[in-house]
Design a protein. Structure first.
Length: 174
């Protein structure tokens, strides 16, 4: 487990997980419940560039998209007021981003690969789900960073958010 006491639930809360795991849904609900700003890397990148992640990857390459995702995370973490941050899955591939994530409270949201594939297929702004090898490698990294792990497979977004809030209160000793 990372040194969450440095940021803990009173600092930034970063939602990590594979594409389609429910990061944005959970982040929106937690930000509203905790009355914090929300930073979603997908939304921020699209707002800044006028293009979806899928469009950036197709025109500029995956490396360019991942660089934007890393910068979106680091920019959000640099803000003074505690926020809820929905980070792109690729950030765990970057050693500098992983180092920054070790200083804040991280929630890993996960779901079975079949569920991820079904969720991702619903929208045209997303790329295909990563390979099973990439998912396994990233899962290992998410696990190293996670202060809290939430399975979103069969749960509704509201139920997941309620469970996460309860677990964070338990973690903080309330």
């Amino acid at each position: 487990m990372p040194a969450a006491e440095q940021g803990g639930p009173t600092g930034h809360i970063v939602i990590l997980g594979a594409m389609g795991s429910g990061k944005s849904n959970l982040a929106r609900r937690l930000a509203a419940s905790l009355e914090r700003d929300l930073f979603d890397s997908d939304v921020g990148i699209e707002s800044d560039t006028g293009r979806s992640g899928r469009e950036i990857a197709e025109s500029d390459g995956v490396a360019a998209l991942h660089a934007l995702e890393r910068e979106a995370l680091l920019d959000a973490l640099a803000r003074e007021d505690p926020a809820v941050i929905a980070a792109a899955a690729s950030v765990v591939d970057d050693p500098g981003a992983r180092s920054a994530l070790k200083t804040v409270f991280c929630i890993w949201v996960r779901a079975d690969p079949e569920i991820l594939e079904e969720r991702v297929s619903r929208g045209d702004h997303r790329r295909r789900v990563a390979s099973s090898e990439q998912l396994e490698r990233r899962d290992s990294l998410f696990g190293e960073l996670a202060d809290l792990v939430m399975d979103t497979g069969e749960s509704s977004p509201d139920d997941t958010a309620r469970r996460a809030l309860s677990e964070m209160r338990n973690w903080a000793g309330e």
